[in-house]
Write a protein that binds this ligand. Structure first.
Ligand code: SF4
Length: 328
C-alpha cells in the first residue's frame, strides 16, 4: 500500500531580485495515516515551504524545480494552481498562526466554517450550517457561539475556529504551522491538546511545524530536523532526544532550558543561519559545526538510513564505515 503522503526529492525556489533562492533542496519523507510528526528548525530552514508545497499553497513566485508530492500514491499537481484546486483543503489542510488575520472580520464564524462545506463538499446552506455547528462543538465551542464575529472571541477560541475550518472538508492530514504562536502558555497547551485529541478521534496525520522542542516532546512521535532547506535528521522523538546523531540536532536539544539542572536560558547555537542565496558548499552547517571535517566543506552529506531513522552527516558515515571495517 502507498503511504498516505510521500515527498520525493522536492526542491522549491523563489525568484527574488533576479536570484533563484532555493528554499528547500531535495526533501524526501513519507507520512503514514494517524502519524504525528514535528518539523523542526530555525526560521528560514524550509519548514513552511515544505508544508505549503504539501498543501498546494505555494506562493505565485515559488517554482517546484525538482521532485514530487504524492497523496495515496497519486502525484499532486502542486505547481499548477488550477489543477490543484480540487485537492486543496480536502486532503491536507493547514492551521496557521494568527487567526485574527485569517478570519474575515465582517462574517459570523458559523458562516466562515460553512462556506468551504458548500464550495468543496457541495452541501446546501442548511446542511453546511449544521456541519459548521457540529464542527464548533468538536473543537470545544458551544454551537450557539457560531453567531459571534471573530473580534468577539478570545485568541484561543479564534484558533479553535481555525481548526474547525481546517477540518471542514474532512482532510486526512492537518498541518499546524506554529499554530499556538501569540497565545498565552495555558491556551497554547489547550490548543495542542485539542489537536492531539482530534488526531486520535479522526485518525488524522498531524504535522506540527515548530521551533519549540518541548511541544515536540509532548505531542509528536516522530521528528524531522531541517537545516538550510534540507532534512538533516529524521527519527522517533524518543530516540532523537536520547541520542541525537546530527551535530545540529544535538546543539538544538542542548539549547533547551532545563530548570532541573539549573539551565534556565536558551543557549543560542553559535554562528549565523546560512544565506540561502549563497549557501555554504558541502554541508551547509559546516561553518557552525564543532565537528566539521575537511570533507564537510566539499560534499553534501546525503540522508542515510541508520537503525531507527535517517541522518545526513559525514560523521555518521565515517563511524558506519569504521564499524564495517571493524567487522571485516
Ligand atoms: Fe558537521 Fe560535517 Fe556532519 Fe555537517 S557533515 S554536521 S559539518 S560533521
Amino acid at each position: 500500500n502507498a503511504p498516505l503522503l510521500e515527498v520525493n526529492g522536492l526542491s522549491v525556489e523563489y525568484g527574488l531580485k533576479g536570484h533563484a533562492l532555493r528554499a528547500i533542496d531535495g526533501v524526501s519523507f513519507a507520512l503514514g495515516t494517524g502519524e504525528a510528526v514535528a518539523l523542526v528548525g530555525e526560521s528560514g530552514s524550509g519548514k513552511t515551504t515544505t508544508a505549503m508545497a504539501i498543501a498546494g499553497l505555494l506562493s505565485p513566485n515559488a517554482r517546484v524545480s525538482e521532485g514530487e508530492v504524492r497523496y495515496c500514491g497519486e502525484r499532486l499537481p502542486i505547481d499548477n494552481d488550477a489543477a490543484m484546486r480540487p485537492h486543496r483543503w480536502s486532503e491536507t489542510s493547514v492551521v496557521f498562526q494568527g487567526a485574527m488575520n485569517a478570519l474575515n472580520p465582517v462574517h459570523r464564524i458559523v458562516k466562515q466554517i460553512a462556506e468551504p462545506c458548500m464550495l468543496k463538499l457541495g452541501m446546501s446552506r442548511g446542511e453546511a450550517t449544521a456541519r459548521a455547528r457540529e464542527l464548533l462543538e468538536l473543537v470545544g465551542i458551544p454551537a450557539d457561539r457560531g453567531a459571534a464575529y471573530p473580534h468577539e472571541l478570545s485568541g484561543g477560541m479564534r484558533q479553535r475556529v481555525m481548526i474547525a475550518m481546517a477540518l471542514a472538508c474532512r482532510p486526512s492530514i492537518i498541518i499546524g504551522d506554529e499554530p499556538t504562536t501569540a497565545l498565552d502558555v495555558i491556551t497554547q497547551a489547550q490548543i495542542l491538546k485539542l489537536l492531539g485529541e482530534l488526531r486520535s478521534q479522526l485518525n488524522l496525520a498531524l504535522m506540527l511545524i515548530t521551533h519549540d522542542l518541548s511541544v515536540v516532546a509532548e505531542r509528536c512521535d516522530r521528528m524531522m530536523i531541517m537545516y538550510s532547506g534540507r532534512i538533516v535528521e529524521d527519527g522517533t522523538v524518543a530516540e532523537i532526544f536520547a541520542r541525537p546523531r546530527h551535530p545540529y540536532t544535538r546543539l538544538l536539544i542542548e539549547s533547551i532550558p532545563n530548570p532541573a539542572n539549573g539551565k534556565k536560558m536558551i543557549r543560542p547555537i553559535p554562528g549565523d543561519p546560512p544565506n540561502l542565496v549563497n549557501r555554504p558548499t558541502g554541508c551547509a552547517f559546516h561553518p557552525r559545526c564543532p565537528s566539521a571535517m575537511p570533507v564537510c566543506t566539499r560534499e553534501v552529506p546525503s540522508l542515510e538510513r541508520f537503525e531507527l531513522g535517517h541522518v545526513a552527516c559525514h560523521l555518521h558515515r565515517a563511524s558506519q564505515e569504521e564499524k564495517v571495517a571493524a567487522h571485516a
